[in-house]
Design a protein around this ligand. Structure first.
Ligand SMILES: [Zn+2]
Ligand SMILES: [Zn+2]
Length: 240
């Protein structure tokens, strides 16, 4: 880390460097602000491969899913939460790039022995895309594809609107997305025999990823592994 030069100073005056997660203006020699750098929202330790959180926070009781593993660089907290919200509501390209950098690193580290063939993403309905003009999961998949050098495929479509998962009680979420996704996309190639990396922005109960993975499996995918930009940490009831 050198000193800030006159050139840096001028560039920074017009285009201040921002923390790649929370967006705060920062010292141009860094990528993160001190709060994000030292934040406790990173998923660093050994994880439960079935629900993606560090073992101490796993409450999934080893429940089997249609995907074989899930990983994420972050809990949905602090600077990571800010970045996901910025991705969804506004400065999407830039934050898709930042988040994808961490997601790709996570995939490379956690899925070392897995030969990923292709990348898929959780789709939105045509109406949702029209309203928002982009699908944040697709933006993430595109950026991850560039970083890990794998093609992104539109394997999935969303056939009807569902209530937003986060507005529902956990017990209702599985039913809410049941049958909402399909693999019959016009002109789509088949995931037959492929190991697919499925991307989404936030993973809460995993019901959406599970439903999408189920459809990929039914269409012949050999294996489905997932990556999310952030995972909601479930509350562990500690009695003490
Ligand atoms: Zn920050
Ligand atoms: Zn678990």
């Amino acid at each position: 880390m050198g000193k800030i030069t006159a050139k840096d100073f001028i560039i920074n005056a017009f285009f201040p460097k921002r923390c790649e997660l929370c967006g705060k203006v920062i010292n141009p020699h860094y990528d993160l602000c001190p709060e994000c750098e030292s934040g406790d929202f990173y998923i660093k330790n050994e994880i439960c491969a079935l629900c993606g959180v560090e073992k101490e926070y796993c409450v999934c009781k080893k429940r089997k899913n249609s995907y074989s593993m899930i990983c994420s660089p972050f809990y949905y907290e602090g600077g990571a939460k800010t970045a996901v919200l910025k991705l969804k509501f506004g400065e999407n390209r830039q934050y898709a790039k930042s988040l994808a950098k961490y997601m790709a690193a996570c995939v490379n580290e956690r899925y070392q022995g897995i030969d990923i063939d292709e990348i898929a993403f959780v789709p939105m309905t045509k109406r949702q895309i029209k309203e928002r003009s982009f699908n944040q999961s697709e933006l993430l998949a595109d950026e991850i594809g560039k970083l890990i050098n794998k093609p992104v495929r539109k394997y999935l479509c969303k056939v009807f609107e569902t209530k937003q998962q986060h507005t529902l009680k956990e017990s209702l979420r599985k039913g809410n997305v049941l049958g909402a996704y399909d693999t019959k996309v016009k002109d789509a190639v088949s995931p037959q025999g492929k190991t697919v990396l499925l991307c989404d922005d936030i993973m809460t109960t995993g019901a959406t990823l599970n439903e999408c993975a189920k459809m990929l499996r039914l269409a012949g995918a050999k294996d489905v592994v997932c990556v999310a930009a952030a995972i909601t940490k479930k509350r562990v009831d500690k009695t003490d």
